[in-house]
Design a protein around this ligand. Structure first.
Ligand code: AVJ
Length: 323
Protein backbone atom coordinates (compact mmCIF):
# COMPACT_ATOMS: atom_id res chain seq x y z
CA UNK A 1 0.00 0.00 0.00
CA UNK A 2 1.21 3.48 -0.74
CA UNK A 3 2.14 5.96 1.95
CA UNK A 4 -0.32 8.74 1.18
CA UNK A 5 0.17 12.06 2.89
CA UNK A 6 -2.51 14.58 3.70
CA UNK A 7 -1.35 18.11 4.34
CA UNK A 8 -2.72 19.40 7.67
CA UNK A 9 -1.58 22.96 8.39
CA UNK A 10 2.13 22.72 9.19
CA UNK A 11 2.40 18.93 9.00
CA UNK A 12 1.64 15.93 6.79
CA UNK A 13 -0.65 13.26 8.14
CA UNK A 14 -0.68 9.52 7.33
CA UNK A 15 -2.93 6.59 8.19
CA UNK A 16 -0.86 3.42 8.10
CA UNK A 17 -3.80 0.99 8.11
CA UNK A 18 -5.96 0.06 5.16
CA UNK A 19 -8.81 -1.38 7.23
CA UNK A 20 -11.19 0.14 9.76
CA UNK A 21 -10.32 -0.50 13.39
CA UNK A 22 -11.35 -3.57 15.28
CA UNK A 23 -11.97 -2.20 18.75
CA UNK A 24 -15.35 -3.89 19.34
CA UNK A 25 -14.01 -7.33 18.33
CA UNK A 26 -10.86 -6.98 20.43
CA UNK A 27 -12.77 -5.87 23.54
CA UNK A 28 -15.23 -8.73 23.08
CA UNK A 29 -12.43 -11.29 22.74
CA UNK A 30 -10.65 -9.94 25.81
CA UNK A 31 -13.72 -9.98 28.03
CA UNK A 32 -14.80 -13.44 26.85
CA UNK A 33 -11.62 -15.23 27.91
CA UNK A 34 -11.13 -17.09 31.21
CA UNK A 35 -8.80 -14.39 32.57
CA UNK A 36 -10.52 -11.25 31.30
CA UNK A 37 -8.10 -8.86 29.62
CA UNK A 38 -8.07 -5.61 27.67
CA UNK A 39 -5.33 -4.50 25.25
CA UNK A 40 -3.32 -1.66 26.85
CA UNK A 41 -3.49 0.42 23.66
CA UNK A 42 -7.08 1.32 24.66
CA UNK A 43 -5.75 3.42 27.54
CA UNK A 44 -4.80 6.07 25.01
CA UNK A 45 -7.83 8.08 24.05
CA UNK A 46 -7.42 11.85 24.49
CA UNK A 47 -8.11 11.67 28.24
CA UNK A 48 -5.81 8.64 28.62
CA UNK A 49 -2.93 10.38 26.86
CA UNK A 50 -3.37 13.33 29.24
CA UNK A 51 -3.43 11.02 32.27
CA UNK A 52 -0.31 9.28 30.98
CA UNK A 53 1.44 12.66 30.71
CA UNK A 54 0.44 13.29 34.35
CA UNK A 55 1.97 9.90 35.31
CA UNK A 56 5.29 10.92 33.77
CA UNK A 57 5.44 13.86 36.23
CA UNK A 58 4.76 11.78 39.37
CA UNK A 59 7.52 11.50 41.97
CA UNK A 60 7.13 7.70 42.09
CA UNK A 61 7.28 7.27 38.31
CA UNK A 62 11.08 7.25 37.83
CA UNK A 63 11.25 6.08 34.15
CA UNK A 64 10.48 9.37 32.41
CA UNK A 65 12.75 11.65 34.40
CA UNK A 66 15.54 9.07 34.38
CA UNK A 67 15.31 8.63 30.62
CA UNK A 68 15.21 12.41 30.08
CA UNK A 69 18.30 12.72 32.30
CA UNK A 70 20.12 10.18 30.11
CA UNK A 71 18.99 11.95 26.92
CA UNK A 72 20.22 15.30 28.26
CA UNK A 73 23.55 14.00 29.49
CA UNK A 74 24.37 11.94 26.41
CA UNK A 75 22.64 13.88 23.63
CA UNK A 76 25.89 14.83 21.85
CA UNK A 77 27.07 11.22 21.74
CA UNK A 78 23.62 9.96 20.68
CA UNK A 79 23.46 12.60 17.95
CA UNK A 80 26.89 11.55 16.72
CA UNK A 81 25.69 7.95 16.38
CA UNK A 82 22.39 8.89 14.72
CA UNK A 83 24.12 11.16 12.24
CA UNK A 84 22.64 14.24 10.64
CA UNK A 85 20.03 14.43 7.89
CA UNK A 86 18.48 11.03 8.57
CA UNK A 87 14.84 10.06 8.31
CA UNK A 88 13.91 9.91 11.97
CA UNK A 89 10.85 7.88 12.93
CA UNK A 90 9.56 7.90 16.49
CA UNK A 91 7.37 5.04 17.73
CA UNK A 92 4.78 5.98 20.35
CA UNK A 93 5.70 9.64 20.13
CA UNK A 94 2.91 10.80 22.49
CA UNK A 95 3.54 14.47 23.25
CA UNK A 96 6.86 14.50 21.32
CA UNK A 97 8.75 16.03 24.24
CA UNK A 98 11.82 13.76 24.37
CA UNK A 99 12.74 14.22 20.71
CA UNK A 100 13.21 17.94 21.36
CA UNK A 101 16.40 17.06 23.26
CA UNK A 102 17.93 15.62 20.08
CA UNK A 103 16.39 17.61 17.22
CA UNK A 104 18.81 20.53 17.01
CA UNK A 105 21.81 18.20 17.13
CA UNK A 106 20.57 15.69 14.53
CA UNK A 107 18.64 18.00 12.18
CA UNK A 108 16.67 15.15 10.53
CA UNK A 109 15.54 15.47 6.92
CA UNK A 110 12.10 14.35 8.03
CA UNK A 111 10.71 13.59 11.49
CA UNK A 112 7.92 11.00 11.61
CA UNK A 113 6.04 10.83 14.93
CA UNK A 114 3.90 7.67 15.06
CA UNK A 115 1.22 7.12 17.70
CA UNK A 116 -2.12 5.41 18.20
CA UNK A 117 -3.76 8.44 19.85
CA UNK A 118 -4.78 10.39 16.72
CA UNK A 119 -5.86 13.77 18.13
CA UNK A 120 -3.03 13.89 20.64
CA UNK A 121 -0.56 13.01 17.87
CA UNK A 122 -1.77 15.75 15.55
CA UNK A 123 -1.73 18.41 18.28
CA UNK A 124 1.78 17.41 19.39
CA UNK A 125 3.08 17.26 15.79
CA UNK A 126 1.68 20.69 14.94
CA UNK A 127 3.16 22.20 18.09
CA UNK A 128 6.54 20.73 17.18
CA UNK A 129 6.34 22.06 13.62
CA UNK A 130 5.55 25.51 15.05
CA UNK A 131 8.53 25.37 17.39
CA UNK A 132 10.97 24.09 14.73
CA UNK A 133 10.11 25.92 11.49
CA UNK A 134 12.97 24.22 9.59
CA UNK A 135 11.60 20.75 10.41
CA UNK A 136 9.44 18.66 8.03
CA UNK A 137 6.96 16.61 10.07
CA UNK A 138 5.03 13.58 8.78
CA UNK A 139 2.74 12.35 11.57
CA UNK A 140 1.45 8.79 11.21
CA UNK A 141 -1.38 7.17 13.13
CA UNK A 142 -0.56 3.52 13.75
CA UNK A 143 -1.57 0.56 15.92
CA UNK A 144 1.50 -1.69 16.19
CA UNK A 145 -0.60 -4.74 16.99
CA UNK A 146 -2.11 -4.64 13.47
CA UNK A 147 -0.31 -4.96 10.17
CA UNK A 148 1.00 -1.55 9.21
CA UNK A 149 2.87 -0.08 6.30
CA UNK A 150 6.45 0.93 6.78
CA UNK A 151 6.89 4.53 5.70
CA UNK A 152 9.40 4.85 2.86
CA UNK A 153 10.79 8.26 1.99
CA UNK A 154 13.29 6.95 -0.53
CA UNK A 155 17.02 6.39 -0.19
CA UNK A 156 18.86 7.74 2.83
CA UNK A 157 19.74 6.88 6.38
CA UNK A 158 16.82 5.78 8.60
CA UNK A 159 16.76 5.89 12.40
CA UNK A 160 13.98 4.77 14.72
CA UNK A 161 13.52 6.34 18.16
CA UNK A 162 11.43 4.30 20.59
CA UNK A 163 11.65 5.88 24.05
CA UNK A 164 9.65 5.33 27.24
CA UNK A 165 10.07 1.55 27.49
CA UNK A 166 6.83 1.13 25.57
CA UNK A 167 8.44 -2.05 24.16
CA UNK A 168 7.75 -3.43 27.66
CA UNK A 169 4.00 -3.33 27.05
CA UNK A 170 4.35 -6.10 24.43
CA UNK A 171 4.56 -9.82 25.15
CA UNK A 172 8.15 -10.88 24.34
CA UNK A 173 7.00 -12.59 21.11
CA UNK A 174 5.11 -9.48 20.02
CA UNK A 175 8.05 -7.28 21.04
CA UNK A 176 10.24 -9.37 18.74
CA UNK A 177 7.76 -9.01 15.86
CA UNK A 178 7.68 -5.25 16.42
CA UNK A 179 11.49 -5.01 16.48
CA UNK A 180 11.59 -6.97 13.21
CA UNK A 181 9.13 -4.50 11.72
CA UNK A 182 11.37 -1.66 12.95
CA UNK A 183 14.22 -3.46 11.18
CA UNK A 184 12.26 -3.39 7.91
CA UNK A 185 11.64 0.29 8.55
CA UNK A 186 15.26 1.34 9.06
CA UNK A 187 16.79 -1.16 6.62
CA UNK A 188 20.35 -2.53 6.58
CA UNK A 189 22.69 -0.21 8.44
CA UNK A 190 19.77 1.72 9.95
CA UNK A 191 19.71 2.61 13.64
CA UNK A 192 17.43 2.18 16.64
CA UNK A 193 17.61 4.34 19.78
CA UNK A 194 15.35 2.68 22.33
CA UNK A 195 14.55 3.28 26.01
CA UNK A 196 14.15 0.12 28.10
CA UNK A 197 13.19 -0.02 31.77
CA UNK A 198 15.54 -2.22 33.80
CA UNK A 199 14.76 -5.05 36.23
CA UNK A 200 15.04 -3.81 39.81
CA UNK A 201 13.77 -4.04 43.36
CA UNK A 202 10.04 -4.93 43.41
CA UNK A 203 9.27 -2.11 45.90
CA UNK A 204 10.52 0.62 43.57
CA UNK A 205 8.58 -0.92 40.68
CA UNK A 206 5.36 -1.33 42.62
CA UNK A 207 5.49 2.23 43.93
CA UNK A 208 5.91 3.54 40.39
CA UNK A 209 2.63 1.89 39.40
CA UNK A 210 0.75 2.62 42.67
CA UNK A 211 1.28 6.36 43.11
CA UNK A 212 -0.03 8.13 46.20
CA UNK A 213 -2.15 10.59 44.21
CA UNK A 214 -3.98 7.81 42.38
CA UNK A 215 -3.17 9.08 38.89
CA UNK A 216 -2.20 5.57 37.72
CA UNK A 217 -5.51 4.29 39.14
CA UNK A 218 -7.39 6.93 37.12
CA UNK A 219 -5.33 6.00 34.04
CA UNK A 220 -6.16 2.30 34.51
CA UNK A 221 -9.89 2.97 35.10
CA UNK A 222 -10.03 5.30 32.09
CA UNK A 223 -9.89 2.28 29.77
CA UNK A 224 -13.44 1.46 30.92
CA UNK A 225 -14.60 5.05 30.37
CA UNK A 226 -12.98 4.94 26.92
CA UNK A 227 -14.96 1.79 26.08
CA UNK A 228 -18.16 3.49 27.33
CA UNK A 229 -17.49 6.48 25.08
CA UNK A 230 -16.66 4.48 21.97
CA UNK A 231 -18.80 1.34 22.14
CA UNK A 232 -22.11 2.16 23.82
CA UNK A 233 -21.17 0.37 27.04
CA UNK A 234 -22.25 0.92 30.64
CA UNK A 235 -19.18 0.23 32.78
CA UNK A 236 -19.45 1.80 36.23
CA UNK A 237 -15.82 2.58 37.07
CA UNK A 238 -16.80 2.66 40.76
CA UNK A 239 -17.24 -1.12 40.60
CA UNK A 240 -13.53 -1.64 39.92
CA UNK A 241 -10.29 -0.98 41.80
CA UNK A 242 -6.78 -0.43 40.45
CA UNK A 243 -4.19 -3.09 41.23
CA UNK A 244 -0.54 -3.24 40.13
CA UNK A 245 1.90 -5.98 41.21
CA UNK A 246 5.36 -7.11 40.13
CA UNK A 247 5.47 -10.65 38.82
CA UNK A 248 9.12 -11.53 39.42
CA UNK A 249 8.88 -14.85 37.57
CA UNK A 250 7.82 -13.15 34.33
CA UNK A 251 9.79 -9.96 35.07
CA UNK A 252 6.82 -7.72 34.55
CA UNK A 253 4.51 -5.29 36.30
CA UNK A 254 0.93 -6.43 35.86
CA UNK A 255 -1.93 -3.98 36.05
CA UNK A 256 -5.41 -5.23 36.75
CA UNK A 257 -8.84 -3.81 37.47
CA UNK A 258 -10.32 -5.76 40.36
CA UNK A 259 -14.06 -6.13 40.42
CA UNK A 260 -15.60 -5.10 43.75
CA UNK A 261 -19.01 -6.76 43.44
CA UNK A 262 -20.97 -9.21 41.30
CA UNK A 263 -22.58 -7.38 38.38
CA UNK A 264 -23.08 -7.37 34.63
CA UNK A 265 -21.94 -4.88 32.01
CA UNK A 266 -23.61 -4.34 28.64
CA UNK A 267 -21.39 -3.53 25.64
CA UNK A 268 -23.10 -2.96 22.30
CA UNK A 269 -25.95 -5.32 23.21
CA UNK A 270 -23.80 -8.12 24.70
CA UNK A 271 -23.84 -8.82 28.47
CA UNK A 272 -20.68 -9.71 30.38
CA UNK A 273 -20.74 -11.05 33.96
CA UNK A 274 -18.24 -9.90 36.54
CA UNK A 275 -17.78 -11.59 39.93
CA UNK A 276 -16.49 -9.89 43.02
CA UNK A 277 -12.72 -10.38 43.28
CA UNK A 278 -12.09 -11.32 39.66
CA UNK A 279 -9.81 -9.07 37.64
CA UNK A 280 -9.45 -7.65 34.17
CA UNK A 281 -5.78 -7.79 33.19
CA UNK A 282 -5.14 -4.41 31.55
CA UNK A 283 -1.37 -4.17 31.07
CA UNK A 284 1.99 -5.86 31.33
CA UNK A 285 5.12 -3.78 31.58
CA UNK A 286 8.12 -6.06 31.03
CA UNK A 287 11.48 -5.10 32.50
CA UNK A 288 14.72 -6.23 30.84
CA UNK A 289 18.31 -6.44 31.98
CA UNK A 290 20.77 -5.04 29.42
CA UNK A 291 21.77 -8.60 28.44
CA UNK A 292 18.17 -9.77 28.09
CA UNK A 293 17.35 -6.88 25.82
CA UNK A 294 20.45 -7.44 23.71
CA UNK A 295 19.29 -11.05 23.28
CA UNK A 296 15.85 -9.96 22.10
CA UNK A 297 17.24 -7.30 19.76
CA UNK A 298 19.73 -9.80 18.28
CA UNK A 299 16.85 -12.08 17.28
CA UNK A 300 15.48 -9.16 15.27
CA UNK A 301 18.86 -8.65 13.59
CA UNK A 302 20.03 -5.66 15.67
CA UNK A 303 23.60 -5.43 16.98
CA UNK A 304 24.37 -3.40 20.09
CA UNK A 305 26.48 -0.29 19.52
CA UNK A 306 26.18 1.56 22.82
CA UNK A 307 24.07 1.47 25.98
CA UNK A 308 23.62 4.22 28.54
CA UNK A 309 22.30 3.64 32.07
CA UNK A 310 21.90 5.93 35.08
CA UNK A 311 24.01 5.52 38.19
CA UNK A 312 21.23 3.78 40.13
CA UNK A 313 20.62 1.30 37.33
CA UNK A 314 16.98 2.26 36.91
CA UNK A 315 16.72 2.74 33.17
CA UNK A 316 18.63 2.05 29.95
CA UNK A 317 18.84 3.60 26.50
CA UNK A 318 20.28 1.41 23.75
CA UNK A 319 21.63 2.38 20.37
CA UNK A 320 21.57 -0.59 18.00
CA UNK A 321 22.25 -1.06 14.31
CA UNK A 322 20.57 -3.42 11.90
CA UNK A 323 23.13 -5.96 10.72
C1 AVJ B 1 3.69 3.26 28.22
C2 AVJ B 1 5.48 1.89 28.85
C3 AVJ B 1 5.57 4.13 29.27
O1 AVJ B 1 4.53 0.61 31.12
O2 AVJ B 1 5.46 2.12 32.36
C4 AVJ B 1 2.60 3.82 33.15
C5 AVJ B 1 2.63 2.86 30.76
N1 AVJ B 1 1.29 2.19 32.75
N2 AVJ B 1 1.95 3.53 34.27
C6 AVJ B 1 4.73 1.78 31.43
C7 AVJ B 1 2.19 2.96 32.18
C8 AVJ B 1 1.14 2.54 34.01
C9 AVJ B 1 4.10 2.90 30.62
N3 AVJ B 1 4.66 3.02 29.24
Amino acid sequence: MSFVAVRKDAIYFHELHATADTMAAEIHAGLSSEQKALPPKYFYDKKGSELFDAITRLPEYYPTRTEIGLLRRHAPEMAELLGMQSFLIELGSGSSTKIRLLLEAVRPRIYVPMDISREHLITAAQRLADDYPWLTVHAACVDYSRPWDVPDFGPGRYNAFFPGSSIGNFEPGDALRLLRQVGRLVGAGGGLLIGVDLKKDADILEQAYNDAQGVTADFNLNVLAHINRRLDADFNTGNFAHKAVYNAVSGRIEMHLECRKDHTVCIGGTRYSFSSGETIHTENSYKYSVEEFHGLAAQAGFSPVRVWTDREGLFSIHYLKLG
